[in-house]
Write a protein that binds this ligand. Structure first.
Ligand code: ZN
Ligand code: ZN
Length: 441
């Protein structure tokens, strides 16, 4: 498309429809870069106007018509020209946008004011454009066979993004922005949507009787009753609440979620190298967090209960990965168990020989049946060592595949777990205390 073709096409469009500079320029967006559609539209109108002045010797009727359509589309020099020559004309609003494209500056400033509430590094602009505008533009493009245009949304997003970038010194990030700026062109409104903040880390649960997530009292469903001592909770402490209080205060978020690679029972500690997990903070206000100092704050305030370390920002895909891997990751456990019979060397030998490198067939334990589907899983015990503490107490060190229920590996769970310590020694065995001492990976 050469320069004459552009002018030819532009004047035939303007003859039929008044267009603002942006909407005219956008129809030729792919021809030439480094200028805005607004500048491009203005340049085209300027050239049409210059051509008219040069070809003035043409018919007076033609001259009047071009001046009129340029003036109608709001082109200032044509308006002045028409007025000085008493040519009658009427300024009309843009056929496509009705003048909304002139409000991008106002919308960008609105966004900038709202963004002041957020502490962030990167952003991305998205937009809602009324379907009437999109339909009109589609129709126009079909009517004039316009192949070098771009979408109005793209223009809105880019132009608003440029203003924000310039005024706030923040960067556009197409993949993982901290905040989304949604421009509602039809309602001349702006919405800010902070993306959830994801922080990866590992935690050690140093005390027993802490649940991973908040566990509501089953009887009152959180309202508070006699059974739960009016707390509404089954367990007074949870990792979710302990961490959530600190993290939400730091980030100004509205909701705190824990995604972990599995979970330990309430009465089980996780020590050693800790359990990998990801904290999700919804609607954060502060997205620039010093993770080292957050770590220090958590570990100081929750000392004796919980410890976090290796904190870093995480990506959304890591959540599924973390959960998927927990089923296969090896875990090392330390258990103190009691046995009805007196512990002999023979019993120790039997346990070690029969469980080392053994596949365990395990049906969902009775105690979790109300929450989990009843199914059979095969999990491997890689290694097991037994050390006698007293006549009826034994310490077990177990290395097993993730997802194996250890308490049931010991008790046998009424035959639902096979083999088990109980079934091997032919005497009742019970887990008294359990710690997770290592989580692989
Ligand atoms: Zn327009
Ligand atoms: Zn209750």
């Amino acid at each position: 498309m050469n320069y004459h073709d552009i002018l030819e096409k532009a004047s035939s469009i303007l003859k039929r429809y008044p267009l603002c500079n942006s909407c005219l320029g956008r129809q030729f967006a792919l021809l030439g870069s480094n200028m805005t559609n607004k500048e491009r539209g203005n340049a085209i109108k300027t050239l049409l106007f210059m051509k008219l002045i040069r070809e003035k010797e043409g018919s007076r009727g033609q001259e009047q018509e071009i001046v009129k359509i340029l003036a109608r589309s709001g082109f200032k020099p044509a308006i002045d020209y028409a007025m000085s020559r008493s040519i009658k004309f009427k300024v009309e609003s843009c056929y496509i946008c009705g003048g909304l494209m002139d409000k991008l500056n106002v919308l960008a400033l609105k966004a900038i004011v709202k963004l002041r509430d957020y502490n962030f590094n990167t952003f991305l602009v998205g937009s809602l454009v009324p379907s009437t505008i999109i339909n009109k533009e589609d129709k126009l493009r079909a009517e004039f066979n316009l192949e070098y245009s771009e979408s109005i949304k793209r223009e809105v997003n880019r132009e608003v993004g440029k203003i924000i970038q310039k005024k706030l010194g923040k960067v556009v990030d197409f993949n993982e922005p901290d905040v989304l700026v949604i421009i509602d062109l039809g309602n001349l409104d702006v919405k800010i949507e902070p993306m959830p903040l994801l922080i990866y880390g590992r935690y050690r649960k140093l005390a027993r009787w802490i649940s991973q997530s908040l566990w509501l009292c089953k009887k009152c469903n959180g309202r508070g009753c006699k059974e739960c001592n009016w707390t509404g909770k089954k367990y007074p402490l949870s990792i979710q609440e302990l961490l959530g209080a600190i993290v939400l205060k730091r980030t100004g978020g509205s909701k705190f979620i824990i995604h972990a690679a599995g979970r330990e029972d309430v009465d089980v500690r996780t020590i050693g190298n800790g359990r990998p997990f990801i904290m999700e903070i919804k609607d954060p206000k502060n997205m620039i967090i010093d993770l080292k100092s957050l770590e220090q704050e958590i570990n100081f305030k929750l000392r004796g209960l919980l410890e976090v370390f290796d904190l870093r920002r995480a990506r959304r895909e890591e959540i599924a990965l973390l959960k998927g891997l927990s089923e296969v990751r090896k875990k090392r456990y330390r258990a103190i168990i009691s046995i009805t019979d007196t512990i002999t060397d023979e019993i120790i030998r039997k346990i070690e020989e029969n469980l080392k490198n053994r596949i365990i067939k395990q049906r969902t334990p009775i105690r979790v049946l109300s929450r989990r589907p009843d199914k059979i899983r095969l999990k491997k015990v890689y290694d097991i060592k037994a050390i006698k503490i007293s006549d009826h107490l034994l310490k077990l060190e177990i290395l097993a595949q993730g997802g194996l229920y250890i308490k049931e590996l010991i008790s046998g769970d009424e035959g639902r777990t096979n083999p088990s310590v109980s079934s091997i020694i032919g005497s009742s065995a019970k887990c008294l205390r359990l710690d997770i001492v290592e989580v692989e990976g």
